[in-house]
Structures are given as structure tokens and as C-alpha cells.
Design a protein around this ligand. Structure first.
Ligand code: HEC
Length: 124
């Protein structure tokens, strides 16, 4: 038991001591490939998910021609806007940020989110 705990803390130290590289939009483009089975980013066309053109700063659930879940529309009506931090929280855990969302996606690691955000911002 004690040995296990030591092992875990050593791992933790290694993980936090690893060099943290800055957010990288090229890596972010590759992260985005995981979204692209359900979303388009470069034109206003909804596929399985709503298009993500201009997503940063857009109100949640606000495209008139996309059939959102009730949960997503209600979140937008209650004031949820996809500012950077809200988007980060959603991508980390869609189900926690918007309980009842129909976006079936497990979530991303924080470092992947940083890269993805750098990519999304580079498109503006
Ligand atoms: C399996 C399909 C799928 C994948 C993969 C997926 N999404 Fe989604 N996404 C959806 C669906 C469906 C919705 C609509 C959710 C709702 O109405 O509750 C959605 C909604 C969203 C919204 C809210 C849009 C709005 O107009 O309010 C954002 C932002 C979003 N997705 C970003 C992403 C990003 C970024 C990725 C990749 C990291 C991703 N999604 C991966 C299906 C997916």
C-alpha cells in the first residue's frame, strides 16, 4: 500500500516536472480532427453537430437551423456564451458543463484544449 502510494507520487512529480510547451496551433489543428467527424469549422453548414465557424464568443445553442438538445438551448438562453473559459470547460467535460447535452464526446486533456484554442483563435 505504502509502496503504491510512493509510486503514484513519483509519477505525479515526473508528470508535473515534464517541460510544459506553449500552446501550439499546429498541434491544435490535429486535435480538431477529432471534432471533424461531427462538426465543420470553415463554413456555415451543420452536419451531425452544429457548425463551429466563429464559435469563440457565440452564444450556446444559438444557431436557428440546428436541432440542439433542450439542454443546450436552455444553457444559451440562461446566458452561456462560448467565451474561451466556458469552451475550455465544455471540452474538458461536455456532460458536466452542459448536463443533458447530446454531444457524445468524452472530453479532452487540458493541454489538448490549449492547443485547440490556439488553433481556433488563429482562424479568426
Ligand atoms: C460524436 C460527435 C461529436 C464530436 C466528436 C464532437 N462534437 Fe461537439 N457537438 C456535437 C453535437 C451533437 C452537438 C450539439 C449538442 C447539443 O445540442 O446538446 C455539439 C455541440 C458542440 C458545441 C456547442 C455549439 C453551439 O452552437 O452551442 C461546441 C462548442 C462543440 N460541440 C465543440 C466540439 C469540439 C471542439 C469538438 C472536438 C474536440 C467536438 N465538439 C466533438 C457532436 C460532436
Amino acid at each position: 500500500m505504502i509502496r503504491d502510494r510512493r509510486g503514484a507520487s513519483i509519477l505525479l512529480v515526473l508528470a508535473t516536472a515534464a517541460p510544459v510547451s506553449a500552446a501550439d496551433s499546429e498541434r491544435g489543428r490535429r486535435v480538431y480532427e477529432r471534432c471533424s467527424s461531427c462538426h465543420v469549422l470553415d463554413e456555415k453548414r451543420n452536419v451531425f453537430g452544429p457548425h463551429l465557424k466563429g464559435i469563440i464568443g457565440r452564444r450556446a445553442g444559438s444557431l436557428p437551423d440546428y436541432a440542439y438538445s433542450h439542454a443546450m438551448r436552455a444553457a444559451g438562453e440562461a446566458g452561456l456564451v462560448w467565451e474561451a473559459q466556458a469552451l475550455r470547460d465544455f471540452l474538458y467535460s461536455p456532460k458536466e458543463k452542459v448536463p443533458g447535452t447530446k454531444m457524445r464526446f468524452w472530453g479532452l486533456w487540458r493541454s489538448e484544449i490549449d492547443d485547440l484554442m490556439a488553433y481556433l483563435k488563429s482562424l479568426k
